[in-house]
Write a new protein. Structure first.
Length: 104
């Protein structure tokens, strides 16, 4: 029976890519810092929320804060993301060229 290794390969590629990006010291330090900030905000939000009447308003504000955190995280890393997207496009083009050459 033929196995489909697509999802395994996708997961392995993601892990390898993330690990390789963490070899860059500045990237690693920035990600650790951002994770610590998000973790402390999450703990702060969960510890300060009570089950009082204002819980819904607090949850909405908390959700807005989280969305804004994710938006700022994206904006801080937008150049890196764009660079990676371009690299992936180049890789896809190279793979298609190689496949085309093998078919000839």
């Amino acid at each position: 029976m033929n196995k489909n290794y697509f999802w395994i390969g996708l997961a392995a590629g993601a892990v390898i890519g993330a690990g390789a990006s963490l070899l860059h010291r500045e990237t690693r330090e920035q990600q650790v810092s951002q994770l610590k900030q998000m973790k402390s905000r999450f703990k702060k939000d969960s510890s300060t929320q009570s089950h009082s009447v204002g819980l819904q308003a607090s949850s909405k504000a908390s959700l807005k804060d989280r969305i804004m955190d994710l938006k700022s995280l994206y904006e801080e890393n937008e150049d890196t993301i764009q660079s990676l997207v371009e690299d992936v496009k180049d890789l896809v083009d190279a793979l298609q060229d190689a496949r085309h050459k093998n078919q000839i």
